[in-house]
Design a protein around this ligand. Structure first.
Ligand code: CUV
Ligand code: SF4
Length: 625
């Protein structure tokens, strides 16, 4: 039976556009999901292997058919190998994004990327000193060049360990060293995953998973952290500011340009080009009242955090944005961009512009983006959008009125300054019980979950129980759409958290950025742990990804757990075909890294698991008041 629209999304704006899609006979991800049902159960359990051409092999989960692949691989081996490849892909996506950011930074320092500059010199200098680079007597560009070289070495490092990990509390670093999972070169870990999962290499599930932990750590405390730091130097550290979200941010009389994907290297330039007097004049000539840039997914989070550029939606709203009929250009770079956009944009006047040398899609206009002439390319892209404005077909346009105000920009630096410069007030609030604990809620949308249902209900339940929530990615956008990123949302919080939010003028849910910015959450947890003189795993904190779908999310979950934070997944990972792997992930890891995963699709029950965990940690710290 076809699902009702309210079963597809809890968001009113999205429901309206889903209705429009139905009326116009336009296909969306939800329709394609229907056509996939029932999904392959071997795939769901993770027991299918194609790692060599004797296969594909699959293990019969009921124990009646084949129990081994042709090479002799068991379900445990196959599931573990598949999981390792998933982690590698996720870590690769974050870290390759980081590499490009550092390469742009390097070129900027050499004067070859004229559109970029050092926006935050203080962060440059503090990072330089962290990495042991002497800055006295050097120009900022010279310091930047040295720093870029040092960071680039982190990718191809052949000996020693990643430098970023020095931010981890000592106890944790010692644990990783003992376990042999202290990450080495970022690229090295990813390559080693591919090597180990080739036929006939690593064939012990536990041994394979340890490499998974190390690779995840090379993402969280390596690639992602480097991406965040370098982007902060180039574009500024996010500070609290207000903006608006949801499909209603699209303008009925301005040119609408959507930036979708992940890299601020592109979206920053588009935001700037949209303010170019020449293009504004052209827009006027085309009959438009201006140029409106709005984001989708994490590149949207990046410009939202730094400029307050509005966001049109999260992952499952990318098609809906096009279906409004109001978008002149959908501009994309990498990650989480549905290839369906090619055919879909063809049904409207929307130009689909792909910009990354790495990522092409069907039916796009290719406008490759290179640092050397970034601003020029951004202008060409925006000009294409502006010139497309007269082609908008008014009868096909429906812009839902729903848009929601939000307060964003809570980098670790901004949180500390909101606290008056020291973590002390937060620590005191935690000790006194006003803030019962910290919940990190992140991750994607997934058609298997009613859009935003998992995100919004989990977060509401946490704040109701005085858990301060930090958020990134598509969860942050879902929370914004539900009005949870406002100081006024503290009305929904328990009395303790409400009072703290009022005193500090902050929302009960703090938007910390894009997915690579989960590194900000890691840094914050290190600061808190160090301040208390405990390990991260001792903190009254828990993580969740209620609607996750991407391989990046698996890498994230892995490094969050390896860093000592219990994490609840809302959709089921493809591991249940192996008892050994499943029980290691959901239990055994506790005695290894002091944290583990849980799987709980019901957001209220997931919140309960997080609260139980926080209770236990409070008790262990002697905080039970
Ligand atoms: Ni990177 S990874 S759907 S955009 S959070 Fe959003 Fe965030 Fe998942 Fe993708
Ligand atoms: Fe089958 Fe083994 Fe080849 Fe995988 S590696 S396809 S289990 S023979």
């Amino acid at each position: 039976m076809k699902p009702e629209i309210y079963e597809k999304s809890i968001d009113l704006a999205s429901q309206k556009i889903l209705k429009k899609a139905e009326e116009e006979g336009i296909e969306t991800a939800w329709d394609r999901y229907e056509k996939q049902l029932p999904q392959c159960s071997f795939g769901q359990l993770g027991v299918c292997c194609r790692n060599c051409n004797m296969g594909p092999c699959r293990i019969d989960p009921f124990g009646e058919g084949a129990q081994k692949g042709i090479c002799g691989a068991t379900a445990d081996i196959i599931v573990a190998r598949n999981l390792l490849r998933t982690i590698a892909a996720g870590a690769a996506a974050h870290s390759d994004h980081a590499r490009d950011a550092v390469l742009t930074f390097k070129k900027m320092s050499e004067g070859e990327a004229g559109s970029y500059r050092i926006k935050d010199e203080a962060k440059l200098l503090s990072l330089a000193s962290e990495y042991g680079i002497v800055s006295e007597g050097k120009s900022p560009k010279e310091v930047a060049s040295r720093l870029a070289d040092t960071l680039l070495q982190e990718f191809g490092k052949q000996d020693g360990h990643l430098l970023c990990t020095r931010r981890v509390p000592e106890s944790r670093l010692k644990l990783w060293a003992e376990l042999g999972i202290e990450p080495r070169g970022i690229d090295r870990e990813i390559v080693e995953c591919m090597h180990r999962t080739h036929i006939g290499v690593d064939n012990d599930a536990v041994h394979i998973l340890l490499q998974g932990l190390r690779t995840g750590l090379s993402d969280g405390w390596g690639g992602s952290m480097i991406a965040t730091d370098v982007q902060d130097i180039l574009f500024g550290i996010p500070q609290p500011r207000r903006s608006t979200v949801n499909l209603g941010v699209l303008s009925k009389d301005k040119v609408n340009v959507i930036v979708h994907g992940h890299e601020p290297i592109l979206s920053e330039m588009i935001v700037e080009a949209a303010e170019d007097p020449e293009l504004l004049k052209l827009a006027e000539e085309m009959g438009a009242a201006g140029i409106n840039v709005a984001g989708i997914c994490c590149t949207g989070n990046e410009t939202l955090m730094r400029h307050g550029t509005p966001i049109a939606g999260n992952f499952l709203q990318q098609e809906l944005a096009v279906i409004t009929g109001a978008i002149e250009a959908m501009v994309v770079d990498v990650q989480c961009v549905m290839p369906s956009l090619g055919e879909l944009t063809g049904c409207y006047h929307t130009k689909f512009i792909s910009t990354s040398p790495k990522a092409d899609f069907p039916n796009t206009i290719r406008m490759e983006f290179h640092e050397g002439r970034a601003y020029e390319t951004a202008k060409e892209i925006v000009r294409t959008a502006v010139e497309n404005f007269p082609n908008r077909v008014l009868e096909k346009v429906t812009i839902p009125e729903e848009k929601q105000e939000c307060m964003v920009g809570f980098s670790a630096e901004a949180i500390l300054s909101a606290l008056g410069g020291s973590p002390d007030p937060l620590i005191e609030a935690i000790k006194g019980g006003a803030v019962w604990g910290i919940g990190a809620v992140v991750g994607c949308n997934n058609v298997k979950v009613t859009h935003n249902y998992g995100h919004v209900n989990l977060v509401k339940e946490l704040i109701k129980n005085n858990v301060l929530v930090v958020t990134t990615g598509c969860n942050a956008i879902a929370c914004a759409e539900a009005g949870l990123l406002l100081p006024e949302a503290s009305e929904l919080a328990g009395d303790g958290l409400k009072a703290v939010c009022r005193a500090l003028g902050i929302p009960p849910v703090l938007h910390m950025g894009s997915c690579v910015d989960i590194s900000r959450i890691l840094v914050l947890s290190s600061v808190l742990a160090n301040y208390l003189g405990v390990d991260i795993s001792d903190l009254p904190a828990a993580g969740a990804a209620p609607e996750w779908m991407s391989e990046k999310a698996v890498s994230i979950g892995t490094y969050v757990v390896s860093s000592g934070v219990f994490t609840v997944l809302g959709t089921i990972p493809a591991v249940l075909g192996s008892q050994a792997v499943t029980s290691l992930l959901t239990g055994g890891l506790n005695s290894v890294v002091g944290a583990s995963f849980a799987v709980e699709p019901d957001p209220l029950k997931a919140a309960e698991l997080m609260l139980e965990h926080i209770d236990a940690k409070r008790k262990a710290l002697g905080l039970d008041s």
